[in-house]
Design a binder for this molecule. Sequence first.
Ligand SMILES: Nc1ncnc2c1ncn2[C@@H]1O[C@H](COP(=O)(O)OP(=O)(O)OP(=O)(O)O)[C@@H](O)[C@H]1O
Ligand SMILES: [Mg+2]
Length: 342
Amino acid sequence: MFAKIFSFFSCDLGMDLGTSNTLVYLKGEGIILKEPSVVAVDTVTKKVLSVGSEAKRMVGRTPTNIIAVRPLRNGVIADFEVTEEMIRYFIRKVSKRKSFLSPRIVIGVPSGITEVERRAVRESAEQAGAREVYLIDEPMAAAIGANIPVNEPTGSMIVDIGGGTTELAIISLGGLVIASSLRVAGDHFDDAILQYFRKKYSLLIGERTAEEVKIIVGSVFPLKEELTMSVKGRDLISGLPKTIEIKSEEVRDALGEPVRSIVEHIKATLEQTPAELSADLIDRGILLSGGGAMLRGFSELITDETDLPAFVAEDTLDCVALGAGKYLEEMDKSKKLLQLSY
Ligand SMILES: Nc1ncnc2c1ncn2[C@@H]1O[C@H](COP(=O)(O)OP(=O)(O)OP(=O)(O)O)[C@@H](O)[C@H]1O
Ligand SMILES: [Mg+2]
């Protein structure tokens, strides 16, 4: 109630500027925007034609004068101008609900990014109209968003598998004890599926089809009941459209390499974890978040490999934005939390 009245006068946003999806949290209200991080641009005039879901529908289907750009790659800004346009568009879209001028924004960023990459995020948000920009490490935001008691002197492990990066962190006493960021996540799963079809069936499929295959029949651990689906693409030999039937076992094979590298990275992080915190993980387990964690069997695979309990966060796609939002709600109250921002 109090937060609601307070938010009427302020205009603060939490943002998960992700490789695949951008989410915006409005202080006092919660998540009010969820859109793919895609922008359609006219190559001749350089004008932005559409942003978000509408632009995503165009991926792989654009005429020559239009390109659908994903301005973030591997969790960081690959195209500065387009990112800025995208942030501006999203701020304008959410500000229609409320009349505010320049908001304060808390943005989640991968823990492993460089100073230059950090500055790029800050500057594009400022150019897009933000008054003040605070950056929060994504694994910390994900943990806060998943209601992990981050300020306690107990170790928690979080693995956020997004579109471009997998963030791993051990958190205790409000800080990241260990953090590492691996540039292998959902996009790489899609790519592995695409390559598999090309090699095994000489079938060329689009990025969006590969993502659909992953979501519909993808898994990383044997399923109780294996699945099948038919996939359409272009036969590389005849050049004609072709449909083939695919089994979930094959998709699991296709995903082997990128999934293996995530598991190995988790194990390597566990090996570096201080003993006291390591012991905490036996009870606490490993929390998985991000869209990539929705791949069937991820928690089972991790438990099988590490002997630790693993579970996927509720609202796994929303964790970082929820965390950035909660951080925002606390920011004025708690000086301790404020130390976490840059
Ligand atoms: N049901 C599902 N099964 C498997 N993967 C899924 C599912 N739903 C979404 N994904 C994948 O999750 C990824 C997007 O997750 P998320 O929104 O957490 O990423 P992001 O935050 O935009 O990326 P990053 O954090 O790397 O910058 C995409 O690769 C998408 O294909
Ligand atoms: Mg993310």
